[in-house]
Design a protein around this ligand. Sequence first.
Ligand code: EAX
Length: 321
Amino acid sequence: MKRSLIAVAMIAAGITAAQAQTVLKLGYATTATSHYGVGSTVFCDEIEKGTQGRYKCQQFPSSALGGEREMIEAVQLGTLDIVNTSTGPVGNFVPEVKIVDIPFLFRDYAHARKVMDGPIGQDLLTKFPSKGLVALAWTENGFRHMTNNKRSIVKPEDASGLKMRTMENKVHMEGYRAFGIQPTPMAFPEVFGALQQGTVDGQENPIPVILASKFSQVQKHLSLTGHVYSPALLITSPRVMNRLSEADKKVFYAAAKSASIAQRKKVNEDEDNGIAQLEKEGMTVIRKVDGQAFRNALIAPYAEYSKEFGADNIRKIQDVR
Ligand code: EAX
């Protein structure tokens, strides 16, 4: 009799523990071994450990759940719990964020990361809840570079007339038009096919994405334009956060911070080793790009950006040291 009571108690304990475990679906655009995968895995490991297994993730890499805009919509609708996404389509949901997508706004990684982790970046995170989203932390995609199949790009004239895939991002497209590019907005899952079929001549992405997506198989030329910094974000929803205890909320925010550190470290590694790798895979790499010529081409778009975001807000970002 006593033995069966213990057995029942143990089964009951097992059932409640299993029942108590919540599996959160987390999606992102690139492979599980890419920078997004590394960051997301650190996040998932830390929330599982920090909540004694009460929360864990099911990851959906490689755009398995659709493009980044679709995944953000799904988080808003409640069919997805968390997305690790570039800011590409985020401005369509939280317009204030678009300011960080201005080409040539950031000098280098140190400047960009300082702005994101500082008062300006943290203030932008407060703009999400009113849109049915919760931004846990800034992760990172990286500085974007141009690839194409037609010719090497050293100055804007070389990019002029090229049909380039862009993210669904008006700030980017406005700038790229000033380089003479024909911007073609497209969700990320369609990019490899479009390059392969020649629907577009080229695209622009950070080294970690070009590497992870094997774009060397469908693109000849890589120019290290570094024409825009591409931040990323771990985004969830009030629906998920409201279920968490205060202690678990702390675990989630701390895990997101660790994910940011790990993802940035992976971006650094890919930047250090990836260009030589892409050359080995057959790409022609232009390292010496005329950055000033690209900046000069942006005078008119910057006048528009100043109207949209305020010249002082742009100056505040540029002045961060
Ligand atoms: O965030 O769409 C893009 O080009 C992004 O860089 C990609 O989805 C990774």
